[in-house]
Design a protein around this ligand. Structure first.
Ligand SMILES: *Cc1c(COP(=O)(O)O)cnc(C)c1O
Length: 402
């Protein structure tokens, strides 16, 4: 098993992202396969006992056990690290495994976290329900407000945790400002970059310390497998994350890693086309609904910031209807092409009502606090012809009285 010609990191790191997405991190076995091999093995064998000892002591390279490393997973990790501009990456079993590991690997009782109010439901649950059980305090803030970050800092603040754009309110965090503020106070920023991915926004270039992913979403891109990833400095990944990951086991399955490797080859193409489609569909829908939330439309309150830090608007927009849950459900039930589904990042267009699905678990008060109302709907725009999507939404909006 060896890296393919030119797979020296000093060379691959100079490649442009489109090349890295297709070739970065490829290791070839003695068979010379073109497509990455899938290593479905939990364990590894050794030529002699001394080799085992050297590998366990960290004195020799090589695999020991797939909870710790696996060749297929290692290829994915290297490819994601290259795309993200990170020194290192570790793949995870799911996005939530990644978020949990990225937080718990570095937090201890007595620490304090500042987190964005508006977040994926399970991310908010971690902050509100899991961290306090281990004596970790948190403050949740309106993340679009730069002053709120500074005001929330305490002497024991260890981590800033947020998404940008946020799921499903589409709030944008000023990455330059918030990451510089964190740096100045010795605080570690953990950015959940699921909506944008490295194809549209690279938080590490803007001063973030750690980027955590649901790879289930845009990276797979075709709604097949669960996976996640954590990127950061080699020191953070090897000395902070790895002791936690090795001993708690939120490891990515090799098959899932292989599927995501294939997904990454087309990530840039998909996310750019889907973003174009989303912009076109959102511009149509905006004429029919009271409130549209899409970062690349001028009506978004942080449109200028989105243009500055993202190279396209992404695949997702949200709309807010005046008729509450009843009207939102009526719109979903009238769809003929777009599926009702709480997944995102898929090549299929999908629509969901967060209050009764992804954000059901955080409860009504937290939903109201983060801006997830009863009339809010979130759409993931796929690779279909946008005119078909517009026709479907046109008829569904009419049936829902809009
Ligand atoms: C989906 C999602 C997650 C969780 O990822 P899973 O792969 O479903 O565990 C975390 N953060 C955001 C922003 C997401 O959209």
């Amino acid at each position: 098993m060896k890296r393919t010609t030119g797979q020296d990191r000093s060379i691959t790191a100079t490649w442009r992202p489109a090349t890295q997405a297709v070739r970065g991190g490829t290791w070839r076995s003695e068979m010379g396969e073109t497509s990455e091999a899938l290593f479905l093995t939990s364990g590894f064998t050794y030529d002699d006992a001394a080799t085992v000892a050297a590998r366990f002591a960290g004195e020799a390279d090589g695999m020991t056990y797939s909870r710790v490393q696996n060749p297929t997973v290692a290829m994915l990790e290297e490819r994601i690290a290259l795309l993200e501009g990170a020194q290192a990456c570790r793949a995870q079993a799911s996005g939530m495994a990644a978020m949990t590991a990225a937080l718990l690997c570095q937090l201890s009782a007595g620490d304090h976290v500042v987190a964005a109010k508006a977040a994926f439901g399970s991310c908010r649950w971690l902050v509100d329900n899991l961290l306090p059980r281990f004596g970790i305090e948190s403050t949740t803030i309106h993340a679009a407000d730069n002053a709120a970050w500074e005001a929330a800092i305490r002497p024991n603040t260890k981590v800033f945790f947020f998404e940008s754009p946020a799921n499903p309110t589409m709030d944008i965090v000023d990455l330059d400002h918030v990451c510089a503020l964190a740096r100045a106070h010795g605080i570690v920023t953990v950015v959940d970059n699921a909506f944008a991915t490295s194809a549209l926004q690279r938080p590490l270039d803007l001063g973030a310390d750690v980027v955590a992913y649901s790879a289930t979403k845009m990276m797979d891109g075709q709604g097949r497998v669960m996976a996640g990833a954590i990127c950061g400095s080699a020191d953070f990944i090897n000395n902070v994350l790895m002791p936690f990951q090795r001993n708690t086991g939120p490891t990515c399955a090799p098959f899932n890693a292989w599927v995501v490797l294939k997904g990454l080859e087309t990530l840039d193409l998909r996310i750019r086309r889907q973003s174009e489609n989303a912009l076109k569909v959102a511009a149509f829908v905006e004429t029919r609904v009271p409130r549209m939330l899409y970062p690349y439309l001028p009506s978004h309150p942080q449109h200028a910031l989105a243009l500055k830090q993202m190279s396209a608007g992404g695949t997702i927009f949200s709309i807010d209807l005046a008729g509450g849950r009843e009207q939102a459900h009526a719109l979903l039930d009238a769809l003929q092409l777009i599926d009702i589904s709480n997944n995102i990042g898929d090549s299929r267009s999908l629509m969901c009502h967060p209050a009764s699905s992804t954000h059901h678990g955080v409860g009504p008060e937290t939903r109201a606090d983060m801006g997830v109302g009863e009339g809010l709907l979130r759409l993931n725009i796929g690779l279909e012809d946008p005119d078909d999507l517009i026709e479907d939404l046109d008829q569904a909006l009419t049936k829902a009285g809009l």
